[in-house]
Design a protein around this ligand. Structure first.
Ligand code: MN
Length: 724
C-alpha cells in the first residue's frame, strides 16, 4: 500500500502549492472510515481509494480531485455522511464526492447493450463537474485492474459495461492510455479466445521479425538525423483489441492485416513534424490516400498528429504517427494533460497548439474545454449520432424498478414515462412512486429517478392528461383512449335510447336480436351501431325498423334530445405557445370560450393561479374592465406541430333526423376533434335545437374552415363562437 507521505509527495511534485494538510486529513479520514473493510481480493478496502488517487496523480490533477478520490466511496459504503464531508472538507470536495455517490448507484442498474449510449449520456448528465468523471474513470480503471478477484458472472458484467460505457468515454475525453488499458482487460475477459489467437499471432510475427522492428527503427532515426531533425523513434506493438476491432470493422482475416508494424516519431516542434514527414516520404514510397493531417485538422477530442503509411525497408508496409511531445502527452492523457499548462500564458498555449476559450480562470478552463469536447464527439457522423449530447438540455433518463432505462424529453411526467414503457401501462396508470415515494402524476422527472407506475385495469386515462403529458406517444395514446371512451359512452347513450323506445313497445330487447339487426344497419357490431345512435348518426327509429318493431317517430325525436356528450376539462395545457407572460407562470385557456392561434387574445392574471387566456371578443372580459392591472398583452407563438386548441361553438340545427350527423361529419371531414358535445332543446321553437360543441383545432383558419363547412349544410341554420 502506498504510504501517506508518498501520495502527498506525488502531488507536491507537480503542484508545490498543494494543500498538504488537506490531503493528509482526507487520507486519514478515508482510512478510518473504511476501517476493517476488505475487498474481494482480501486486501484492505482503503487500498482502493488510495490507488484511485494515485492514478489521478499521474494525470497531475488538483488537490480537490485527489482528496475526492480518497473519499469517493465513504458516503456510499461507510458511516460517513455528506454533511460531515461538507464540515470537514468544504463544499467543493463534498460536492465532488456527492457526484460520485450518485453515479455509483448507476452501477446497480441492469444494463443491456442497447442502453449503453443512454447510460453514457446519463453519466455525463449527472456529472456536473468534469472532475467527477475523471475520478469515476480512475475508479473504474482500478476496479478493472483488480477484476480477477471478482466472481466470474460479475466480472463479465463489469467488463461488458467498461467496454460499452467507460472505455468510449475515456476515448471521447482523449485519455487514450486509460481507454487502451480498459479495453485490453475487458477484451481479455469478454473474448478470451480471440484475445489469445491474436496475441499468439502477434508473438509469432514479432519472433519472425524481431530484428526487423529494430532495423526499421534505426533506418528511420538515421533518415531523420541526417535531415537535422532530433527525433525519438519507437516501434510500437499493436494492441490485440484494436486489431480485432479492425478485423471486425473491415471483415478481414488476421492474415490480411498488413499494417501491423507501427512506429511513433516524436519531435520537438510542429515544423519538425512536417519536415520529418517530408523526409520519410522522400525516402520511402507513401501508400496513397493513407496520409492524414490531424495537426491542421485536429480531432474533436483535440488529438493531433500526422499519420502516414509507407512501403518501408524490406518492402514492409509501415504505419507511422509523427507528432510533438506535447501532442503526444495530450493524446495519451487527454484533456487532463491540459492541467499541466494551467500557468502558461494564452499566447504560449496557442503556440503549443492547445485551444482554450478566453476569459476562463486559468485553473478550470481545461474543464470547460473538456465539456466542449464531450459535447461534440469525434467525427461529424458521431456528432450527429449523439445529437449534440442532448442530455445537457433536453433529455432526462429514468429507470423502471427492474432497471430498464427510459429516455424522455426534459419536462416529462410519470404519464409520459408510463406510455414510454408500454401503451397498456399508460392506459392503466392510476398513480406513481418516484424513488420509492408516492408522487403526483404532474411531477417533472429528473435524471436517475426510479419510477414505479401504479396500475388498475379499471382505469381509462382522463382526457386532461393529454395536457399534462409532453411526449407525442403519450398524447396520441391518451387521445385514442379518450376517443374509445367517448365511443363507449355514446354506445351507452345509444343503448339507453333504444331500450327506452323498445320498452314502450312492451318488448324486452336481447343482445342476440340486436346483433342480428346490425348488418341491416350497415354496422360492424352492436357497439358500433349503438354508438352511432348515441352520436345521432343513426336514427333510433331505423334500429327499431331493423328489429322489426314499429313506433311513433315523434317519440324517437324526443328521446334523442337527451343525448349528452362527454365532458372534458380544457384547462391546464402544458407549454402553450404564448408570448408575453413571464416564465414559469401557469397559463390556461378560458374553458368556456376556448382560444386558438391566429386570433387576438389577452390574458387575465389571477393571483396564486396564473394567467387565463381569453379571445378578445369574450364577453367574460367585461367583468375585468375595472381592473386594468390584471390585463396582460399576449400574442401567439409558434405552436408545436399537431398541437390542438379548444374553441366552443353554438350550432343551431333544424330538428330533423341526420342533422347531428351532419355536424359530426363536417367536423370529422375537416380533421377537427370533438371534445365535448351538448344538445339543448330550444324552448318555444319546436323545429330548431341548439348544440354546443367544444372542438379542438390547430388554428383560426382550421376553425373557420369547419365553421364555413357547417354553415354550408342544409340542416345547419347558424354557427357562432360562444363568447362566454
Ligand atoms: Mn470505488
Amino acid at each position: 500500500m502506498m504510504r501517506q507521505y508518498e501520495l502527498v509527495e506525488r502531488v507536491t511534485s507537480y503542484d508545490p502549492e498543494a494543500d498538504e494538510d488537506l490531503l493528509n486529513r482526507a487520507y486519514i479520514y478515508a482510512m478510518k472510515a473504511h476501517g476493517n473493510q476488505t475487498r474481494a481480493s482480501g486486501e484492505a478496502y482503503f487500498n482502493h481509494p488510495l490507488e484511485v488517487a494515485a492514478i489521478l496523480t499521474e494525470m497531475k490533477l488538483d488537490t480537490a480531485t485527489i482528496a475526492a478520490a480518497l473519499l469517493h466511496d465513504t458516503v456510499e459504503d461507510t458511516e460517513a455522511t455528506q454533511q460531515e464531508l461538507v464540515e470537514k472538507f468544504g463544499e467543493e470536495i463534498a460536492s465532488l464526492v456527492d457526484g460520485l455517490t450518485k453515479i455509483k448507484k448507476l452501477d446497480m442498474v441492469t444494463k443491456e447493450a442497447t442502453q449503453a449510449e443512454n447510460l453514457r449520456k446519463l453519466l455525463l448528465a449527472m456529472s456536473k463537474d468534469v472532475r467527477v468523471l475523471l475520478v469515476k474513470l480512475a475508479d473504474r480503471l482500478h476496479n478493472m485492474r483488480t477484476l480477477n478477484h471478482v466472481k466470474p458472472e460479475k466480472r463479465l458484467r463489469i467488463a461488458q459495461e467498461t467496454m460499452e460505457i467507460y472505455a468510449p468515454l475515456a476515448g471521447r475525453m482523449g485519455m487514450q492510455l486509460i481507454r487502451d488499458e480498459m479495453e485490453d482487460i475487458a477484451f481479455q475477459i469478454l473474448n478470451p479466445d480471440a484475445n489469445k489467437t491474436i496475441r499468439d499471432r502477434l508473438k509469432r510475427l514479432h519472433a519472425e521479425s524481431g530484428d526487423l522492428l529494430r532495423e526499421i527503427e534505426q533506418d528511420l532515426t538515421r533518415v531523420l538525423t541526417d535531415a537535422g531533425i532530433s527525433a525519438s523513434v519507437k516501434g510500437r506493438e499493436k494492441r490485440a483489441y484494436s486489431i480485432w476491432r479492425k478485423m471486425e470493422r473491415k471483415h478481414l482475416a488476421l492474415d490480411q492485416l498488413s499494417d501491423i508494424f507501427a512506429f511513433r516519431v516524436l519531435v520537438e516542434t510542429v515544423n519538425d513534424c512536417y519536415l520529418a514527414l517530408g523526409n520519410v516520404h522522400q525516402t520511402w514510397r507513401a501508400v496513397p490516400e493513407k496520409f492524414k493531417d490531424y495537426i491542421s485538422n485536429p480531432k474533436q477530442n483535440d488529438y493531433r498528429s500526422l499519420h502516414t503509411i509507407v512501403v518501408g525497408p524490406h518492402s514492409m508496409r509501415v504505419e507511422m504517427q509523427i507528432r510533438t511531445k506535447l501532442m503526444h502527452e495530450i493524446a495519451e492523457r487527454g484533456v487532463a494533460a491540459h492541467a499541466l499548462y494551467k500557468d502558461v500564458s494564452e499566447a504560449k498555449l496557442a503556440q503549443l497548439g492547445v485551444r482554450v476559450p478566453a476569459a476562463e480562470s486559468n485553473a478550470y478552463r481545461w474543464l470547460r474545454h473538456l465539456m466542449e469536447v464531450l459535447q461534440e464527439g469525434d467525427s461529424p457522423k458521431e456528432f450527429l449520432e449523439h445529437t449534440r449530447l442532448e442530455l445537457f438540455h433536453d433529455q432526462v433518463f429514468c429507470f423502471t424498478p427492474k432497471g430498464q432505462l427510459i429516455a424522455l424529453p426534459r419536462g416529462a411526467t410519470p404519464i409520459d414515462f408510463a406510455y414510454a414503457v408500454h401503451t397498456s401501462v399508460g392506459d392503466s396508470c392510476v398513480g406513481c412512486k418516484v424513488n420509492g415515494r408516492h408522487a403526483p402524476l404532474v411531477t417533472r422527472l429528473n435524471n436517475g429517478d426510479e419510477v414505479e407506475i401504479v396500475r388498475s385495469d379499471a382505469q381509462t386515462p382522463p382526457p386532461a392528461w393529454e395536457a399534462i403529458a409532453i411526449t407525442g406517444k403519450a398524447k396520441a395514446a391518451i387521445r385514442r383512449a379518450t376517443r374509445a371512451a367517448i365511443r363507449k359512452q355514446f354506445a351507452g347513450i345509444g343503448r339507453e335510447i333504444i331500450e327506452s323506445l323498445v320498452s314502450k313497445q312492451k318488448h324486452v330487447l336481447t343482445d342476440k336480436e340486436l346483433a342480428a339487426a346490425v348488418p341491416r344497419l350497415g354496422h360492424k357490431n352492436v357497439d358500433d351501431a349503438l354508438a352511432a345512435v348515441g352520436r345521432g348518426d343513426l336514427a333510433g327509429i331505423d334500429v327499431l325498423k331493423a328489429l322489426g318493431l314499429n313506433i311513433d317517430e315523434k317519440e324517437v325525436r324526443a328521446s334523442r334530445r337527451k343525448i349528452g356528450g362527454a365532458k372534458k376539462d380544457a384547462e391546464g395545457r402544458a407549454s402553450l405557445p404564448v408570448r408575453g407572460a413571464a416564465a414559469g407562470v401557469a397559463l390556461k385557456i378560458h374553458p368556456v370560450t376556448g382560444a386558438v392561434p391566429g386570433e387576438r387574445i389577452v390574458g387575465i392574471v389571477t393571483p396564486g393561479e396564473g394567467i387565463t387566456i381569453y379571445p378578445i371578443f369574450a364577453q367574460a372580459l367585461e367583468k375585468f374592465d375595472q381592473e386594468p392591472e390584471r390585463w396582460v398583452d399576449l400574442t401567439w407563438g409558434v405552436a408545436e406541430e399537431g398541437m390542438r386548441f379548444p374553441a366552443r361553438l353554438t350550432i343551431t340545427l333544424i330538428n330533423e333526423v341526420g342533422a347531428l350527423a351532419q355536424v359530426t361529419q363536417v367536423i370529422g371531414e375537416h380533421g377537427g376533434n370533438i371534445d365535448e358535445l351538448q344538445l339543448q332543446a330550444r324552448h318555444g321553437v319546436r323545429d330548431f335545437f341548439d348544440l354546443t360543441v367544444l372542438v379542438e383545432v390547430f388554428d383560426i383558419r382550421h376553425l373557420n374552415d369547419i365553421m364555413n363547412g357547417l354553415k354550408s349544410r342544409p340542416l345547419v341554420s347558424a354557427v357562432d363562437r360562444v363568447s362566454g
